[in-house]
Design a protein around this ligand. Sequence first.
Ligand SMILES: Cc1ncc(COP(=O)(O)O)c(C=O)c1O
Length: 382
Amino acid sequence: MVVARQVEAVQRALGPFFEAVTRRPARPVIADFMAGNPQEPTLPGFVEALRRWSVPTSTDSFAYRPMHEPARQTAAASLTAELGMDFAAQDVFLTRGASGAIALALNTLVDPGDEVVFLSPPWFFYEAMILAGGARPVRVRLEPPDFDLDVDAIVAALGPRTRAVIVNTPHNPTGRIYPAAALERLADRLAEAAQRYGRPIWVISDEAYSRILFDGRSFPSPGLFHPYSMLAHTYSKSALAPGQRLGFLALAPGLPEAEVVRRALLSAGILMAPDAVMQYALPDIDGLLIDVAAIERRRDRMVAALRAQGYEVQIPEGTFYLLPRAPLADDRAFCAHLAKEGVAVLPGHVVELPGYFRISLTANDEMVDRALPIFAQAIERS
Ligand SMILES: Cc1ncc(COP(=O)(O)O)c(C=O)c1O
């Protein structure tokens, strides 16, 4: 065996993802709803920030260096404004996107044999990341059609080896924003379980879409209720430039033994920080936001059109995804049919939800124009 045995399990977990994204389209793609990728020009402010900060101002601009303090301060101030509780710069750890933040949390928290609970349908990398971190993934299913946060099911999955629960809100792929009351109940039950098992149970809160909110909604973070929380944030979604890899992990205010955890995070993350240019650019990028109103309009247009065609689809509260039921039980076959017509969507089985498919609303309006008649034909034929 030339590679680690553990990587086999990681590869197995990522199999459906690779299968979906590496399949060659039969035809040129005329409407790309597959991933949360930009299909419109990059925000001008983002381009300006990169231009500005890619010019070195001293010989050590691009030297090895500690995390850029102004970036940590900006991130802390913006979280404070967003969540209404005080975050300190020393509790912000810069990472390569939310995935870097989740990996840092796992590196810092789990030992071999620990269990990490995740909720299904999940973001497709959780299981692989938990395995790569050396822990055992424990899956808890959320039930359609609403995919509510099922606190009892989560509690039933806890045990003496549980180290953390990954909660993602706003939730990819269902678009749910979990209500404060459910998060509070979860926090209470985790505290009870921690008492029972003699060690804290962390929440790793994946808040990648915290700024992509619809209908004037606000975003309650699990960190408001559970002090043992690490919050994963990213600019991949708010600035929609995910290839540039910028985000951070923040400790919830009020964490007991915070200094021990800070030191551990600094060590575990010492080589995981974003490139210098991205760190310098963070204060400029933090203030940017894609046109969420345009995404909301696209959501409304597509939900109305798809429902009129006969598709079952819920209205997402946040994120930029729609999750319709496929008219065929075999979501692979249905998505292959759409792909033949040049419409790329993500088959539900990739997010552990066979019989569904996911549409990314980051597609542009012309793509929606081209795709709607093809969605209509596809449901008529099935
Ligand atoms: C729920 C969720 N978490 C994390 C990520 C990863 O974000 P990043 O690109 O910042 O690593 C994504 C990206 O698709 C996501 O949808």
